[in-house]
Design a protein. Structure first.
Length: 173
């Protein structure tokens, strides 16, 4: 399985990085980040291909490369709006456009609260196309006690959406 993990916006980037670290070894990981820490991250995260967000010609920007799924966590409202309008001006939005045209799984984790009417309209438009809108929302039945457990819950739910087996959170009984 090939998965692209991208981060956009500032708040919640740690969730995207933690998700990347927790992906199983057998998953081929590709990472896009909109900051300048790519070199350090590629060394710290192990077997991960890190792409420049400005590299529209990267392998993952082509449908023939065969990416199975993409998650943008966190997904800024700017990135979400660009995807909703079909704007592909960087690698994150180009990869999202490829996921849509290839009818592959695309998960967006919007990070703002409250959502504006414009953001909700964009989310509705994307959801009607089959894009999964999955903001980092807590559920209390799993009885998280720490921030780490809360993050594991959210990431576990995202893994569930990606079809990745996990035991990151206590499930409903």
């Amino acid at each position: 399985m090939k998965i692209v993990v991208a981060t956009s916006g500032a708040s919640g980037v740690n969730l995207g990085l933690k998700l990347l670290k927790l992906l199983p070894e057998e998953v081929q990981k590709h990472f896009i980040m909109s900051s300048n820490s790519k070199t350090v991250l590629s060394k710290e995260l192990g077997e991960v291909t890190v792409h420049e967000n400005s590299d529209i010609g990267a392998s993952i920007a082509s449908g023939s490369f065969g990416v199975d799924a993409m998650i943008i966590a966190p997904c800024s409202m700017n990135t979400l709006a660009k995807i909703a309008c079909g704007i592909s001006d960087n690698l994150v939005t180009r990869c999202a456009a490829v996921m849509i045209k290839e009818q592959k799984k695309l998960i967006l984790a919007p990070r703002e609260m409250p959502f504006s009417a414009i953001a909700l309209e964009n989310m509705q438009k994307l959801a009607s196309l089959g894009i999964i809108i999955a903001p980092p929302v807590m559920a209390y039945y799993s009885e998280q006690q720490t921030l780490d457990e809360m993050e594991n819950f959210v990431i576990g739910k995202w893994f569930d959406l990606l079809g990745i087996q996990n035991n990151l959170y206590k499930r409903w009984e």
